[in-house]
Design a protein. Structure first.
Ligand SMILES: *Cc1c(COP(=O)(O)O)cnc(C)c1O
Length: 354
């Protein structure tokens, strides 16, 4: 189908004159900066944060561009991926008129962002194997469907979606398909960033919150065609990433080896838990995972959840989510944390077998 970005964008966003920040208007070097009402006398802190940060985070984008083999103009840096999700809905969906399509069970933020923006949600559930049902997706969309959100590896199920099914959906839809790759670093599959060139209606989300271990910083990424990234930049708050976050992310990007080692350890521990969980009689199923968590079906999810809480171990009870009856989502912890979890499982097993 023909992709026409101009047709998809809300009229008020097309005609928007974006806020012009001081640092955006004059980005060069000067002797004296008296243009942004910053405090010339400094702050109570030793570290100097008196100046507004780079609105377009060019140092981070240059580093990422080299790592991801993509031009900086195809990168958006957001206050978490959550900011990118919200901006996508605000750029493309007219409140009360347009809708987005989701494939439950999936990440809850897409739906919340839609609701905040008064945008309807259509649904095409994943199938019994948590795979994308392309026919169901194409049947569920309509003329006012602007965005399809797919999550791969998917949260809370943990599996990668079939790449061909994703591409089939991207090719058949004339709106935007967003692929959320928050957990991609834990899988063997390569990122769909490499398909951006061939598919102008594709947006790929990644984040520093998971494999990079920086959830507290709130830095997420969107990769897309240049025109879509320009729309993000037009709509975002001017200084959406703080100076502290920009500096910290740059430091992290210089230490990729540590991240790779953490990923290896996480996967090794995930494999251990995958083997250990089925030893317990109350565990009915452990779903295959390409992420840093396991979805597991147990005899009584709410009972086990409560027992673990009494042991001061918190997991995520997903038993009220479609296709996740009696399921808990367990994040892979350190070897010590996982050992403690398994010991708690043993005590639970004894407590229910009479
Ligand atoms: C954790 C997670 C994110 C990360 O969101 P941030 O706002 O970047 O912390 C995004 N998508 C999914 C599916 C997640 O599970």
């Amino acid at each position: 189908m023909a992709f026409d970005l101009d047709r998809l964008v809300r009229d008020n966003i097309k005609s928007l004159i974006p806020y012009s920040s001081a640092r955006g208007e004059y980005g060069g070097d000067a002797r004296i900066f008296l243009d942004a009402n910053e405090n010339a006398f400094g702050s109570p802190l030793e570290k100097d944060y008196t100046r507004y940060p780079d609105p377009l985070q060019s140092k981070i984008k240059d580093r990422l561009a080299a790592i991801k083999n993509i031009t900086p103009s195809r990168i958006f840096v957001g206050n978490g991926s959550d900011e990118a999700i919200d901006l996508l809905i605000r750029i493309f969906c007219r409140p009360g008129e347009d809708n987005i399509l989701l494939c439950p069970p999936t990440y809850g933020m897409y739906e919340v962002s839609a609701a905040i923006n008064d945008v309807d949600v259509r649904r095409a559930n994943l199938n019994g194997d948590f795979e994308l049902d392309v026919d169901a997706v194409l049947n569920a969309i309509c003329d006012s469907t602007k965005l399809i959100f797919l999550c791969s590896p998917n949260n809370p199920t943990g599996n990668l979606l079939d790449r061909e099914a994703i591409i089939e959906t991207v090719s058949a839809f004339d709106g935007i398909v967003v692929i959320d790759e928050a957990y991609i670093h834990y899988s063997d599959e390569s990122s769909l960033i490499e398909d951006l060139e061939a598919h102008p209606n594709l947006v790929v989300l990644q984040t520093f919150s998971k494999a990079w271990g920086l959830a507290g910083l709130r830095v997420g990424l969107a990769f897309a065609g240049e025109e879509i990234i320009a729309l993000f930049n037009k709509v975002k708050p001017p200084y959406n990433i703080s100076q502290a976050s920009q500096e910290t992310v740059l430091k992290a990007l210089a230490n990729k080896e540590i991240v790779e080692k953490n990923i290896e350890q996480t996967i090794a521990e995930r494999k251990r838990l995958e083997l250990e969980f089925p030893r317990f009689r109350f565990v009915e199923k452990v779903y295959p995972s390409d992420a840093n968590f396991l979805l597991t079906k147990v005899s009584n999810a709410t009972d086990l959840y409560g027992f673990l809480l009494s042991e001061r171990i918190v997991v995520r009870n997903r038993s009220n989510v479609v296709l996740c009856d009696e399921c808990l989502r367990v994040t892979v912890g350190t070897p010590e944390e996982n050992h403690a979890l398994l010991s708690a499982f043993e005590r639970y097993e004894k407590s229910i077998v009479h």
